[in-house]
Design a protein around this ligand. Structure first.
Ligand SMILES: C[S@@+](CC[C@H](N)C(=O)[O-])C[C@H]1O[C@@H](n2cnc3c(N)ncnc32)[C@H](O)[C@@H]1O
Length: 307
């Protein structure tokens, strides 16, 4: 399935696109947002992009070949400051977009191993050019470590039972496919949520862990602030509460600055305030949800660089 960019108009408005501006799409995916940004840029505007998935990079290089305003980098967005420095735009960026999580093509490709709805190798790496696959991790991790990951990143209430079942099964049969893991989780879960497959939370948890998604997000947010120019916008779309909590806290902390003892005669930059929160969290409209169910859990937050 093609990736449908989420809240496209809201993103464009939140970035306050200027024809000569410099923008960074830190999660290129299939370039839905990127192409909308390019469309609004003039000949002097620039769009930098990042994605950790080699497929996304291949797609970008093909789709946007000859687009002189566009430069893409293969890597994690926790290196975005270095990328901007190399491009000579650190401190001059007018807007950074992070549209977190996985894209539809990643989810729909059985060989990537992200989805329990298709049978495929249990991989789950966004960057499949290196690092441990989910199968390799599950083959080696201790029972307690597996339970902790399922609980921490999936809030899976049967985390211990499921971890025990994984360690029990791998003793005689290696767990190498998405179907094997999904069936095992379903069998180890004593009760069912009618609206969710029993493996939903565990697949989310393992994916977050394998890709170090929350650590990368924390570092990426800090670096995004450091590359923005005054008045530049940070726009983040998250798809589950763990991500959104990090984004919300980060924006609030940066807007509040360091807490100093009462009575000190300091305000503004003296307490390290770097952002102003712009409006409230935004969700997709009913019209968008009707055409793109993936937008259901999306939460968009915006902040502006203030110094
Ligand atoms: C939801 S999709 C983005 C879709 C994109 N906005 C579009 O309109 O096509 C998320 C993309 O971000 C990438 N990604 C996720 N976390 C990343 C990270 N920490 N660093 C770089 N890329 C990341 C994924 O590989 C995926 O391609």
């Amino acid at each position: 399935m093609l990736h449908q960019p989420v809240m496209l108009d809201v993103v464009s408005a939140a970035l306050q696109l200027q024809p000569n501006g410099i923008y960074l799409d830190a999660t290129f995916g299939r370039g839905g947002h990127a192409q909308a940004i390019l469309h609004k840029l003039g000949p002097e505007g620039r769009l930098l992009a990042i994605d950790r998935d080699p497929e996304a990079i291949r797609y970008a290089r093909q789709k946007l070949a000859g687009e002189h305003r566009f430069t893409i980098h293969h890597g994690c967005f926790d290196m975005l400051q270095q990328f901007c420095e190399e491009q000579g735009v650190a401190g001059c960026v007018n807007g950074v977009l992070m549209d977190l999580g996985v894209s539809s093509p990643q989810l729909d490709d059985a060989d990537r191993g992200f989805s329990f709805q298709f049978d495929g190798p249990l991989d789950m790496r966004m960057d499949n050019s290196g690092g441990l696959t989910a199968a390799q991790w599950l083959a080696a991790a201790g029972e307690q470590e597996i339970a902790d990951v399922l609980w921490r990143y999936g809030e899976e209430r049967y985390s211990r039972r499921i971890a025990r079942a994984i360690v029990g099964q791998r003793g005689h049969t290696p767990i190498e496919t998405t179907r094997q893991l999904a069936d095992l989780i379903a069998a180890a879960s004593p009760s069912r949520d009618r609206h969710k497959h029993p493996a939903t939370r565990c697949f989310q948890a393992i994916r977050i862990f394998i890709n170090r998604e929350l650590d990368s997000l924390e570092h990426g947010l800090e670096q995004a602030v450091s590359v923005l120019t005054q008045g530049g916008r940070l726009v983040v779309i998250s798809f589950h509460s763990l991500e959104d909590r990090i984004v919300k806290r980060f924006m609030r902390q940066q807007a509040r600055g360091r807490v100093l003892p009462r009575g000190l005669p300091v305000t503004g930059d003296a307490v390290g305030q770097t952002l102003r929160v712009v409006g409230k969290a935004v969700r997709a409209s009913p019209g968008e949800l009707a055409g793109n169910p993936r937008a259901r859990s999306a939460v968009l937050r915006v902040a502006e660089r203030i110094q």
